[in-house]
Design a protein around this ligand. Sequence first.
Ligand SMILES: Cc1cc2nc3c(=O)[nH]c(=O)nc-3n(C[C@H](O)[C@H](O)[C@H](O)COP(=O)(O)OP(=O)(O)OC[C@H]3O[C@@H](n4cnc5c(N)ncnc54)[C@H](O)[C@@H]3O)c2cc1C
Length: 496
Amino acid sequence: MVQTDPVHRGRTVAGTTVAGMTTSTIAPGGSTAPPPVEMRRTPRRHAPLPRWWRDATAGAAWAVTLAVVALWVAGGGVQDLGSWAGALTSTGRLTGLVASALLLVQVLLMARVPWVEQAWGQDELARTHRLVGFTSFTLLLAHIVLITLGYAASSTRGVWGTAWDLVVTYPGMLLATAGTAALVMVVVTSVRRARRRLRYESWHLIHLYGYLGAGLVLPHQLWTGADFLDSTTATVFWWGLWATTAAAVLAFRVGLPAWRSLRSPIRVLDVRPEGPGATTVTVGGHGLRHLPARAGQFFQWRFLDGPGWSRAHPYSVSAAPDGRTLRLTAEHVGDGSARLATLRPGTRVLLEGPYGRLHGGVRTRRKVLLIGAGIGITPLRALLEDLPQGPGDVTVVHRVRSRDEAVLADELRALAAARGARYLQVEGHRIAGRASWLPSQAAHLSDRQALLDIVPDLADHDVFVCGNDGWMEAIRTAALEGGCPPDAIHRERFAY
Ligand SMILES: Cc1cc2nc3c(=O)[nH]c(=O)nc-3n(C[C@H](O)[C@H](O)[C@H](O)COP(=O)(O)OP(=O)(O)OC[C@H]3O[C@@H](n4cnc5c(N)ncnc54)[C@H](O)[C@@H]3O)c2cc1C
């Protein structure tokens, strides 16, 4: 394990013990002074969203669901429960209505609406989208079964005959069946085990069929759904919900990114290897002046460098946005990221974003711990550069397998020195058989104790974390045990 501490910048003193682990510390006056680093001009800030906005958006989703139930009640749903067949059909209608509302809510969750995205963060939205999606799908299946049984109960054709009748004779039902098939495909491929077996691109492409599914089930609601048409209120409500969802997707997933990227071209300015397995790419253009990007956030990047350009990749900004340039640093893990190394200056870039809540606006305290594993250090490097801070306010912990793999380490050291922050590298392989943020040399320590040894007043800190899921969870647990309140822990996941 290595610890470098640029607050006492200068000479390396080996053999110091921190957190019960042998470390080396940089002390004043030596020859290992960090290289100079260019400090960026921070552009005008955008006020963070107030905290109640998050509750308001969650409240809106619940209100939509309750409104659907209210419309069902107003449409005589409760009275219909009187008979066996009526009860089946009526609950079938209710499950179908709630399934539709949740289908639209889950599309809205991923519509990249800036205020929603800023209130929740994209990984939490993705988790909620998944939960809402599975709930909606379960209700959809219940709807199909209940309606079929309800109709069969008052028919002589039996269950299968009634099901066939429903599909072929009722308006819009063939389309709804095709839409359901598309939704089944999306759900099946999103089950974790199936998802792990699929390439990201394949899963993503199939997932887009969810929009088709949602679109295809609409006509049967319009043409046969009594709850859709019974009252003006119901018609206005449903049309409003569909129109809002479609407008949000078109505006924020298509229109806004296209407008931002096309109004003034953004191009690659510089491509630089970052050790053997990573690349730093800097892009620039007038369009960036108006982009409300903050250090710690990420964009979906598309580089127009040939076939395959249409697939976007999410990368965090690895330097504080200055209104003129944006910079990413990416590890080569597959075709898309490895290709960054071959980019040429002048290549056009399409950007979607900024997204994410890992920025200074969510900070609640003066003191900050920035802790990242591997390539997860990139947004934290930008935050170190950007966060207003006094000497000793910020501590950066960089968890790496080996010193050679510590991407951006020189920059971090130099920035920390310039800003009066502490920079520590925690080096070594994982502890086998234990979910821990520590390396194997520190297996004798508890996660909490090691964190407190590095930052004794942890409870007075905001903790910004980025790394793989298991590692971030270990940090979160240790930080909570160390006295950090949950709302002072901020995370960014590098995978959905
Ligand atoms: C919010 C966020 C910020 C990120 N920031 C950085 C960063 O600053 N630096 C960095 O090196 N990496 C970052 N990543 C990870 C990076 O997006 C993936 O490593 C990259 O997209 C892999 O693409 P590939 O074609 O090289 O690899 P593949 O072999 O195609 O994919 C490897 C894995 O990367 C993930 N992945 C692939 N494509 C996407 C995609 N379009 N969207 C989401 N996940 C994908 C999947 O989990 C996949 O299993 C970030 C990811 C997220 C979600």
